[in-house]
Design a protein around this ligand. Structure first.
Ligand code: SF4
Length: 344
């Protein structure tokens, strides 16, 4: 059985043309029914011939995950555990910004990147999410929002998206497709911990989607301790690929920088960061850390977070402090899943 949520329009066209001898417009009709009209009963797809509707019933399905657990914050954030068909759970978060509803999507069950501060990465990667499972996260979120819709996507949940590159790119194409979710490319962001070869590949996709790079330290000495990926792709290589990305994709890049008390939040760190990003068309998101019981890292004091921003600004770096959501629920990435696991 082919799950229709697994295919971008082009992929579905190829499948229908090559395996079922159909014309490419058949895929557009199906997309219109399932995404724009929200119809999942093949017998209601009235502009498709009876013969092909019978084939759809026999060979295709529209299966999506379910919600296992949900937490809602007083600020409107909704965090839920998406239950996949093999009972694995991944976290999905809806954040109500003033410019729209942002969905943070998980791309893997667990993660092998081993960032020292991350609760999601405590569970080693079990498998990649299929495209239809990420589409499922989005469909579930839209159902929860009822009369509103998700307007922005960030692939920043559990997993390293570039370690599941092809499935993530198909998902993005479905998000962006005018016959599906029609989310503007500039409203979609993929975040990587720094897989250099994939950054170069992403630059050539020809889409206007955004790239965020989790930096979190501005020297190899510090980044090696916080992020294992730095031992494979040290800063020199990462920054070279980033510059290439900015040039080839003609896009600004965002660097994510989690502020950890007494680890990476001194004036010296701000200076090193400013030096590192000098000359790159970039924006820095400073992220106050959400403490978790599984490690010793502490959140920088509020005054230090603002001081750090001030240091960067005075050094000519474009930066902002990322708005926090859901502080009264399991705010840290991976925390809700860990909580459920603790109760198992
Ligand atoms: S921060 Fe992201 S890449 Fe690093 S371990 Fe966590 S989920 Fe994986």
């Amino acid at each position: 059985m082919y799950n229709l949520y697994n295919y971008s329009l082009k992929q579905l066209q190829d499948l229908l043309v090559n395996k079922y001898n159909q014309k490419p417009f058949r895929a557009t009709q199906i997309f219109t029914w399932i995404y724009l009209k929200g119809v999942s009963d093949f017998s209601l797809m009235s502009d498709i011939s009876k013969d092909f509707r019978d084939i759809l019933k026999k060979d295709f399905c529209l299966v999506k995950p379910t919600i296992f657990k949900k937490e809602e914050s007083s600020d409107g954030t909704i965090k839920f555990l998406t239950k996949l068909s093999d009972d694995n759970l991944v976290e999905t978060v809806i954040m109500p910004y003033n410019y729209g509803n942002v969905l943070c999507v998980s791309s893997q069950v667990g993660c092998n990147m081993g960032c020292a501060f991350c609760a999601s990465g405590l569970l080693k990667k079990k498998r990649n999410l299929e495209t239809h499972e990420m589409v499922g996260e989005l469909l579930l979120a839209n159902e929860l929002l009822k009369d509103k819709k998700i307007t922005h996507i960030v692939v920043m949940g559990t997993g390293e998206p570039f370690d599941n590159y092809d499935n993530v790119m198909s998902f993005i194409r479905i998000c962006n497709d005018p016959k599906a979710f029609e989310i503007g490319a500039r409203h979609i962001t993929v975040s990587t911990c720094g897989l250099v070869d994939k950054i170069r590949q992403y630059a050539k996709e020809g889409l206007q989607i955004n790239l965020a790079i989790s930096l979190h330290a501005a020297t190899d000495e510090k980044r090696n301790k916080l992020m294992k990926i730095n031992q494979r792709y040290p800063l020199k290589e990462l920054m070279a690929a980033t510059k290439e990305y900015v040039q080839v994709a003609d896009r600004r890049v965002t660097f994510e920088y989690i502020l950890l008390k007494d680890i990476n939040d001194t004036e010296e760190d701000a200076k090193a960061l400013a030096k590192l990003v000098k000359g790159i068309l970039a924006y820095i998101n400073l992220i106050p850390y959400n403490e978790v019981k599984e490690n010793e890292f502490k959140r920088s004091d509020k005054s230090r977070v603002h001081q750090f921003l001030d240091w960067l600004t005075k050094l000519g770096v474009h930066a902002q402090i990322r708005k926090e959501f859901g502080s009264d629920i399991s705010a840290a990435c991976g925390q809700l899943r860990a909580k459920v696991k603790d109760n198992e």
